[in-house]
Design a protein around this ligand. Structure first.
Ligand code: ADP
Ligand code: MG
Length: 185
């Protein structure tokens, strides 16, 4: 089993819903256990036109070798209507392998760690939310690259729609405050 991190992005169609559905789709794979999911982020397109992106990062455990994980990512992308009319085109769903264990892979169609991981706030910020101590093989601590992406627009999207549910022994008349709201992801 290998722990891997996937970066998810979308800016065509109902992008927020697509990301949620894509995480469910990943979790349903026999070969994958989803361990954690970052918050949802809204980000500016980089080197591309089109609408803002929604992004998140998923931490998973998988029995798949990296290449098969990439193939699975492509299959899931296709199921969500991914088309590639030109480079950096708007997309219904993009699934990238950010990290695959501590592997370093440099092949024609698979580079891990993802080559733009340390240059993109939309992967670095959610990745660090999941693992603040994250080490990028051959590059070092991920948080060292935050300064590089500081000028890229990224905002956390409030996804929590659920009402405040107190634990049974909590005073139910207590008013809701930021500090006792559940951190829904
Ligand atoms: P983008 O680079 O914008 O994500 P695509 O999703 O179309 O664009 O990916 C282009 C190619 O990048 C894929 O065909 C894939 O083979 C290659 N690739 C190389 N390394 C990775 C990786 N770590 N994760 C996903 N795709 C990768
Ligand atoms: Mg991709």
């Amino acid at each position: 089993m290998t722990v891997a991190y996937l970066g998810l992005g979308a800016n065509l169609g109902d992008a927020r819903q697509t990301l949620k559905d894509a995480v469910v789709c990943l979790a349903q794979q026999r070969t994958i256990t989803v361990l954690a999911k970052s918050s949802l982020y809204r980000t500016a397109p980089i080197d591309a036109g089109g609408d803002d992106y929604f992004n998140c990062v998923v931490k998973l455990e998988t029995s798949l070798p990296a290449r098969q994980l990439l193939r699975l990512c492509h299959t899931v992308e296709e199921q969500f209507g991914r088309e590639r009319p030109y480079r950096n085109a708007p997309r219904t769903l993009d699934l990238d392998i950010l990290l695959y264990g501590d592997s370093s892979i440099d092949e024609a169609d698979l580079i891990v760690p993802h080559p733009r991981l340390a240059e993109r706030a939309f992967v670095l910020v959610p990745l660090l939310e999941l693992d603040g101590e994250c080490i990028i093989p051959l590059r070092g601590r991920a948080d060292a690259f935050l300064a590089v992406v500081a000028d890229q627009r990224i905002e956390k999207v409030a996804t929590c729609q659920c009402p405040l549910l107190g634990t049974p022994d909590v005073d139910k008349t207590a008013s809701s405050t930021a500090s006792n709201k559940p951190d829904c992801r």
